[in-house]
Design a protein around this ligand. Sequence first.
Ligand code: P70
Length: 459
Amino acid sequence: MIRPPIEPFRIKVVEPVRMTTEDERRSIIAKAGYNLFRVRAEDIYIDLLTDSGTSAMSDRQWSGMMIGDESYAGCRNFYSLEESIRKIYGFPYFVPTHQGRAAEHILFATMLKPGDYVPSNMHFDTTRANIESLGAHAVDMVIPEGLDPQTIHPFKGNVDVARLEAFIREVGKDRIPLGMVTITNNNGGGQPVSLENIRQVSEVLHRNGIPLFIDACRYAENAYFIQQREESQAGRTTLEIANETFSYADGCTMSAKKDALVNIGGFLAMRDPALYERICQRLILWEGFPTYGGLAGRDLEAIARGLWEALDENYLAYRIGQVGYLGARLKELGIPLLEPVGGHAVYLDAKRFLPHIPQEHLPAQALAVELYTAGSIRTVEIGTVMNARQDPQTGETIYPALELVRMAIPRRVYTNTHMDYIAETTARVYEQREKTGGYKIVYEPPFLRHFTARFAALD
Ligand code: P70
């Protein structure tokens, strides 16, 4: 029998959730144009749309919010956050932002010009969109194992270092203002990146005079995987591992909505004082004064405290353990998954789950709709809808290698009984998989279409 991990907390506040009938859900999802982003949260029983901004804060974080200093300039909570960032990340400069994509936008708008390239293991969708909207190119170069849902590898998020070197030679270092690594690799299944890989990427980039920025939103989960899986790192604390991770980088973008255990916030940190000066000017224009950057003082305090809680090893054992428990239960029920199971989410492999639906009929979208209809579970499509591209020359659709449905687990929110319910509902959908049909897109915007697209069922 698979044992779920024991929660290292007790529950002080609860939020009731309401179950709907299957008939109600059929009508709700049809009205939403079969897009789960368009469904009201109240009409959902278990919300696995995202682990972003959905964490339960601790009593320490809530009490920190009561000492929020709402001064426009120089509020005390800025300094408290500065201390956490210095001790965990070691970067001397940072600016708060309202969330991760604002940090990306300000960094790229400051550093990129049209035609530039930004290599990474895999860019997340907002990162890619922010790069492309400036006329630059976001280039993914994860190791080949990272693109195969069934290959077992401890660090499937690693960058293909030989490819990175060849790429720099090919396009020239002058057209690469920065390189990135996303930890953990969200679009590739929440897979970790090893410390050794980060060190090598940093060495290659720096040898060519290119700075490295880490997309750090799941840095604590990545540090825990390093501790558990990278032999040379077994005896070290997650703090020591995080310190070394960031020692190889010139800066980071951070969505605090993940591993800072808060509902809103982010930051952009760096070493270079000249870059910091330029970034402050843009920040004032778009986000706010550099000591609050689009957040309230109380938000800064919650982040300052959450960053430490996320590194707590009892918490991380439970956190990674809970996601692993859901993965193990699904596997036991014979459901095709991306393996190994990631840090923040279980990813269903829609190609193997619904093999009769071709990729152009959006199997991952169909599966997400089915999970909602069957059990009021909201997941997110990470497949053709989110990641298909148009070939610039031929105009043909380039389908992504991975066609996934992500079940992101909010931090400290759902119990292990909820995990059992999710596994059993998915098994029910799997039993009836042959009855599930495909979808087509009937409306889409030019960027980030998955958020607002509308679909229709194919007969
Ligand atoms: C998610 C959310 C956000 C994100 C990320 C990485 C590796 C930057 C950001 C941007 C976004 C999302 C996706 C689907 C449904 C809801 C939300 N990821 N880098 O869930 O950060 O959101 O703060 O601007 O994963 O993975 P921010």
